[in-house]
Design a protein around this ligand. Structure first.
Ligand code: HEC
Ligand code: HEC
Length: 702
């Protein structure tokens, strides 16, 4: 793409950065998670903590990992031992020490000690390891039982005040609405085969590899992104001032443009006000009005009226509110030191939770009237938007896409030979090939279950229905065969009933199975990991880089047999948490077709649930259907699902302080008979959603 800003615009780039005020606050991603108040002088109790939980293996007698902890002193701020404390912090937060089979510290104590070490390191100017607890895939490290305990219910939840970048969908919709370009990004998605589209360039994309994609902690807006933002702003501004946009913006600048070479200050201010109203849907405050009016007047010295106005409009397009979501809160802190979001912040937060657009008229009106700052008001508006069939709410399906991960089916490459040997024919491939069609079928199924809005998780896990897309030939026949359905039967009366004892729910949809497969095989490890993390709420340490994670190449053997290598004790400490939960899916091949035989022998699809956190769940399972039925009936699994919904809708991981929100959300879900709407409303009206821990002057959360 031949699009770097021209020199003249680099000057604007700099000015814009000043206007952006990027230095004033660091985006949430740069910050540690909300820290619990550091206990005053707990050094003695930390020494006691080590004595009780660590020194057995890291003391005078044994020095496991060549580490001793009885002699590091009692303060992380001491220079000589900072590295040791950093290592300790990492192991404590990652729940890796003490080893699981040892007496474990209570979760609150673990968190308190870790927070204290972190704050002492910070005070001493030592670096702390980046808190892995911020990333979506690490959310389960927060203790499940502590979250749902009676003690947790008494907490006063609040998220950290933050400034996080708007998601690309929001940004795209916003630019599209202001300019004539419906599909506003040139070559959206990148790559050489850039599709035709508008002239803008994506300033950022969402990563796919960490579970939930739109997370405050995952993204920063650095120099490269800023450059692209400036580039986009310049193009958009030209169109806005020229006119011809779908919302017909330009006429509003007429007064300014016809004012001649030397417009008076009121005309300049009117133009700035107009730009704010159109682009940000609010009036500028006094300080903004002065700053942007000065900027326009300054620009007028070197340029014609139209150019100067274009620069100013571009500057408004780079306003933090356009690029970031600000959630700082306003007003005086309450007794727990929390502040409520401002009316306007609540309006945007609710709109962005459900849609990819800014607030609708009613939300804006309520915000202007100062009528949004209660949990009841938030609940009322969330409910209103959820009930309004005319409003598109792409964020809800997206949650399920990211939670289940089935849309990755199209990303798993299967070579021609493999496809041919499987008897699947050429049409399996190409960009909109069968994986995409199958993933579209799963979208339909989820929408169908959401429409009923009853026992949503249970239904998604256990429904025997499926959708096929009758419009996509030549895939239809093949798709019906994929499901063991009669390929000649007309695909009407959707959804169809699947053959009994073959499939249950999303985890047995071909899209999910293909998304969790490798180029040539089922992916037992990642299927098991998915079940461990997303249904059981467990954790698995990352694959160490020192491990050559390959299965032996033994053509005559089944995958289960080849996976024997992971049973070595060193491997098994991790793999026992994944493999026995992934093996039940061996009743399907790696294209997601049901099978009873593999290499001429009956398929062995047995597995085991172990260490699930719910004794009723633990035990052997016959196959995937047996596993799924058990899991779908578990309250523990339901709570884990609620935790994931929390993460998605808050854009951050839960902490022990959020316990009350989770307990209430789970109650709302259960007492409504498993309504997703009730769950979402509860989350959007929660203290975790509406309250923030204020930012101190230097930009650090308290
Ligand atoms: C039952 C024995 C045992 C207990 C109890 C134990 N550890 Fe460990 N620890 C080990 C072993 C074994 C290793 C080395 C292998 C490894 O890293 O898994 C280790 C490694 C470590 C390391 C990494 C050392 C390095 O530099 O590689 C740290 C840090 C650590 N432990 C901290 C702790 C802390 C803090 C506690 C108490 C909260 C604790 N351990 C309790 C056995 C133990
Ligand atoms: C500390 C935990 C841990 C240990 C120890 C471990 N693994 Fe793994 N292994 C993982 C995780 C986690 C994954 C999944 C990786 C992912 O999600 O990308 C994995 C994946 C794999 C895979 C699948 C790789 C792929 O790309 O398909 C194989 C094969 C494997 N491990 C073999 C082994 C063997 C053999 C050993 C022992 C020599 C071992 N692992 C030790 C955690 C571990």
């Amino acid at each position: 793409v031949n699009g770097t800003p021209t020199t003249g615009w680099n000057a604007l780039g700099r000015t814009a950065c000043l206007l952006l005020g990027l230095g004033a606050l660091s985006p949430a991603g740069a910050e540690a998670p909300q820290e619990s108040p550091a206990p005053a002088g707990p050094s003695e109790s930390v020494a006691r903590f080590f004595g009780q939980y660590c020194v057995r293996c890291h003391g005078p007698e044994k020095q496991k990992g060549k580490l001793t902890l009885h002699n590091v002193g009692d303060d992380p701020a001491s220079k000589t031992h900072a590295r040791t404390w950093q290592a300790v912090l990492e192991k404590l937060e990652g729940k890796e020490m003490p080893p699981e089979d040892q007496p474990l510290p209570p979760p609150e104590l673990r968190q308190r000690v870790a927070s204290w070490i972190r704050s002492r390191l910070k005070e001493a100017g030592e670096s702390s390891p980046p808190s892995t607890l911020l990333y979506p895939e690490k959310g389960n490290l927060v203790d499940h039982r502590a979250l749902f305990s009676a003690k947790g219910a008494a907490a006063s939840p609040a998220g950290p005040a933050r400034l996080w970048r708007a998601n690309p969908f929001i940004y795209q919709n916003w630019l599209s609405a202001l300019t004539p370009f419906r599909n506003s990004f040139f070559g959206a998605g990148g790559g050489s085969a850039a599709r035709r589209g508008g002239p803008f360039i994506f300033p950022w994309d969402l990563r796919r590899d960490r579970g939930f994609r739109d997370y405050a902690a995952l993204y920063e807006v650095g120099e490269p992104e800023t450059e692209l933002l400036v580039y986009n702003a310049r193009i958009a501004a030209a169109h806005i001032v020229e006119g011809g946009s779908r919302s017909g913006v330009s006429t509003d600048f007429r007064a300014f443009l016809f004012a001649g070479d030397a417009p008076a200050r009121p005309q300049v201010e009117a133009a700035v006000g107009e730009a704010f109203q159109k682009l940000l849907r609010r009036a500028p405050d006094r300080e903004e009005l002065n700053r942007y009016a000065d900027f326009l007047l300054q620009s007028l010295k070197g340029s014609k009226g139209k150019e100067a106005l274009t620069e100013t409009v571009a500057a408004v397009l780079l306003h933090p509110e356009a690029v970031f979501r600000t959630e700082l809160g306003a007003g005086a802190p309450d007794a727990a030191g929390r502040v409520l979001l401002s009316d306007r912040e609540i309006a945007f937060a609710i709109a962005y939770a459900l849609t990819d657009r800014g607030p609708d008229g009613e939300l804006l009106k309520a915000a202007q009237a100062g009528a949004l700052r209660t949990r009841e008001a938030a609940a009322r508006h969330a409910k209103r938007i959820l009930e309004d069939a005319a409003v598109e709410k792409p964020r809800i399906l997206r949650f399920f896409q990211e939670y289940f991960g089935y849309t990755a089916a199209g990303d798993v490459f299967k070579d021609d030979d493999t496809v041919r040997q499987a008897g699947l024919g050429k049409a399996y491939h190409n960009r909109s090939g069968r994986p995409a069609v199958l993933s579209g079928d799963t979208d339909e199924l989820i929408q169908h279950v959401l429409k009923q809005d009853r026992n949503v998780l249970f239904e998604l896990l256990t429904t025997r229905k499926t959708f096929v897309n009758p419009k996509v030939q030549p895939h239809l026949t093949q798709t019906l065969l994929h499901y063991n359905l009669d390929p000649k039967a007309p695909a009407r009366n959707l959804p169809l009933d699947l053959p009994e004892d073959q499939r249950l729910g999303v985890l047995t949809q071909p899209s999910w199975l293909i998304a969790h497969s490798t180029n040539f095989d089922n992916d037992v490890v990642r299927r098991g990991k998915w079940v461990r993390e997303r249904l059981l709420g467990g954790t698995v340490p990352d694959l160490p880089i020192t491990v050559d994670a390959k299965l032996p190449d033994e053509p005559g053997k089944s995958l289960r047999e080849r996976m024997q290598v992971t049973r070595q004790p060193y491997c098994w400490q991790c793999h026992q948490k994944m493999d026995p939960l992934g093996l039940p899916f061996e009743m399907f091949d790696h294209f997601g077709r049901y099978r009873t035989a593999e290499l001429g022998k009956p398929v062995d699809a047995t597995g085991v649930v172990e260490g699930s956190g719910d004794p009723k769940l633990d035990g052997p399972v016959r196959n995937a259907l047996d596993l799924i039925r058990k899991l779908a009936a578990s309250e523990h699994v339901e709570q884990v699902f609620v935790r994931h919904a929390f993460r998605y809708w808050m854009g951050r991981n839960e902490t022990l302080e959020d316990a009350a929100t989770l307990i209430e959300a789970h109650r709302a879900y259960r007492s409504s008979g498993g309504s997703m709407k009730a769950l979402i409303v509860s989350l959007l009206a929660s203290d975790s959603f509406l309250y923030r821990v204020p930012v101190r002057a230097e930009g650090k959360p308290r």
